[in-house]
Design a protein around this ligand. Sequence first.
Ligand code: GTP
Ligand code: MG
Length: 260
Amino acid sequence: MIQGSVVSEVIPPRKVVVVIPTFNEAGNIEAVITGVITALPDASILVVDDNSPDGTADLVESYAKQLPKTFVGLVQVHRRQTKAGLGAAYRDGFARALEMSATICVQMDADLSHHPMYLPAIVSVVDMGADASLGSRYIPGGRIENWPPLRRFLSRWGNRFAAGMLGLAINDATSGYRAYSRSILERMDYASVEAEGYGFQVEMSHRAVRCGGRIVEVPILFTDRVVGESKLTHHIIGEAFGLVVKLWLKDRVLRRVRRR
Ligand SMILES: Nc1nc2c(ncn2[C@@H]2O[C@H](COP(=O)(O)OP(=O)(O)OP(=O)(O)O)[C@@H](O)[C@H]2O)c(=O)[nH]1
Ligand SMILES: [Mg+2]
């Protein structure tokens, strides 16, 4: 009894906030929310919507009202004025999740490429002491379904390039299915990450590693979206490539300065 009260003073109770950025995901979002609630009934869900013309935000709010009483208040929408990219949505979403007292902050796409059934595994890794866990397509047990050869090639070699250049020892640094502990998010200064799209995931991975974070990869089956449209552009691919080169240069300069 005494031991229990001492522990509860030191360790805050677990609070998981799942941040889901959306732009035109009306065809997917209800299934995603149902999946998250089923997999992690104690989690809060924060949908970060950039004023989707297809009414995704309204749909989430009316869907949340229909949920059983146990889930009242657990599903929230943060409405942003205009489409400003994935990185901006995540920076905003993480800040809100921390305000909501999250001890574990999850990020996942709303297009059903990230199956909610992996949530318990991804979250429990952080619960057990890791600083971050990544849903990984490129470790044993991980797989991709229904991606054309060019997407596979770009993703696989993009990851090899990023990990090799930056010495990340991470197999899937572009994965957008992750969980962070509160403490690593606070240490990483995520608000100053400028990249969007895949670049955002790579830069967050790089910062987590440089902060001395303990990072664990969990195998996932990634399936291509069936409903809605991809927001991937040439600009996002170019940005990620340029970012890796920029971070590599920065690392080299820092190493030289430290050696002096
Ligand atoms: N709030 C917000 N969400 C976005 C924005 N761009 C993309 N998203 C969401 O971010 C998630 C990932 O976007 P996708 O279009 O699936 O892009 P992707 O997964 O990188 O690319 P694909 O593999 O082709 O699907 C989805 O939930 C999108 O709705 C944006 O500008 N703002
Ligand atoms: Mg996607």
